[in-house]
Design a binder for this molecule. Structure first.
Ligand SMILES: [Zn+2]
Length: 406
């Protein structure tokens, strides 16, 4: 279903600005027994709203299709990079506001509880995760993080006491996945104490466009936030941005601190600076997206020509890190098991499965064999870490990043 109204401001003045072709949901890693069943593919394209500047997926794919076809495979604790990131996130929150030992911290889309663990490590034990995936929330509870297995939607009001107000509501890389943000902000307003703080992280549209990070586009990522659009939606739900940061995580993200307008906090000065930067980069102009499309088509041609020449010389290429974004890259560049022998990962939730669309088998990092000549680093944002970790193997690296593919 094509979306006909802006997901934030409801305007119908929309324009398709990015088109990556038809893709299956990128986060659906396929168990062996379902390997021969074709996954449905949906148009993967982005629309820009002329009224508020918001960018979002043009085609609606239901949450069931995005997350629940098979067991969900994303585990937020699966790398030292994400562990360090969540530690920094927690410290930043605790530097911003004073809390008491019994303050309640609620994490929306808490995954296995990695972020909440960092608060417990600081002696703040009153933590609660809300996680829609059954297998992931079980893992969280077994890790000692109290977690309710629900979507953060109105049904939660039947299962959680909203009179017990939260002092801090957290969310990392979740609001960009959320179809109905209005419903979420209404619930946050209800659950958060008047002096409480909402802190969330979402990937930043400006970083995506600047870096040509087209592989961070997938159906699970419904929204692509600019500060201009975020400010508008937050203000309309009675929130003000009290602190704002641009961080490196997920190829460039925003960390947004908000409080209720009623608690007399003034909007942070940096908000206008971010919006000025977006305007001076022409983030809301159609021409910016035309040149983005031209560049990524050239990247596809260059990557394929590099890979074909390696294979012609008898090389063997594997992909390292079965990251979700790798699936957009593989499918957009028409790379499958005929060119990439296998992928490797350390997550138990991915090893033994197949990548969606490209159907490349996933092995454990320890199983890289001697005949491999080249490692294609799929999570290129972690390339420093991965190259360092794997350099002892004396293989050549392919890093699919704009500066390497011009
Ligand atoms: Zn709009």
């Amino acid at each position: 279903m094509i979306i006909k109204q802006c997901r934030l401001c409801k305007s119908d003045s929309l324009k398709k600005v990015i088109d990556l072709g038809d893709h299956p949901p990128a986060d659906t890693f396929i168990p062996q027994k379902y390997k021969d069943i074709d996954l449905p593919r949906y148009p993967l394209s982005l629309t820009k709203c002329s009224a508020c500047g918001h960018v979002f997926t043009s085609f609606y794919v239901s949450p069931e299709e995005r997350y629940q076809r098979y067991e969900y495979s994303y585990d937020s604790s699966n790398s030292i990079v994400s562990e360090n990131h969540f530690k920094d996130f927690a410290e930043d929150v605790l530097d911003t506001k004073d809390f008491s030992p019994d303050s309640l911290f609620v994490d929306i889309g808490s995954n296995v509880g990695t972020l909440l663990t960092k608060f417990k490590d600081k002696g703040l034990n009153n933590v609660l995760g809300i996680e829609p995936s059954e297998n992931i929330s079980k893992l969280a509870n077994s890790n000692g993080i109290r977690t309710l297995n629900y979507f953060f939607d109105k049904t939660l009001q039947n299962n959680l006491d909203f009179n017990n107000k939260a002092d801090c509501i957290l969310s990392a890389n979740v609001f960009n996945h959320t179809d109905d943000l209005g419903e979420v902000f209404e619930l946050v307003l209800d659950l958060l104490s008047d002096e409480g703080i909402l802190v969330f992280e979402v990937p930043y549209l400006l970083d995506l466009i600047k870096q040509r990070a087209f592989d961070t586009i997938y159906h699970e990522h419904v929204h692509y936030f600019s500060v201009k659009a975020l400010k508008e939606i937050l203000n309309s739900y009675d929130f003000e941005i009290v602190k704002l940061k641009n961080i490196d995580y997920m190829c460039g993200s925003l960390r947004v601190f908000c409080q209720k307008k009623s608690s007399s906090i003034y909007e942070a000065l940096e908000v206008e600076t971010f919006i000025e930067n977006e305007n001076s980069f022409s983030l809301f102009d159609d021409e910016t997206y035309l040149s983005f499309m031209k560049d990524i088509k050239n990247m596809k041609i260059k990557l394929n020509s590099d890979i074909d020449s390696i294979l012609k010389k008898g090389g063997k290429i594997i992909g390292v890190g079965a990251a979700t974004k790798g699936n957009t890259l593989l499918n957009f560049c028409d790379l499958d098991h005929n060119k990439i022998s296998y992928l490797t990962d350390t997550s138990k939730l991915k090893v033994g499965k197949y990548s969606p669309g490209s159907l490349i088998p996933i092995k454990h990092d320890d199983e890289i064999d001697n005949s491999v000549t080249h490692l294609l680093i799929l999570p290129w944002n972690l390339s420093d870490y991965l190259v360092n970790k794997l350099s002892f193997m004396k293989k050549k690296f392919l890093i699919p990043q704009m500066e390497n593919l011009k």
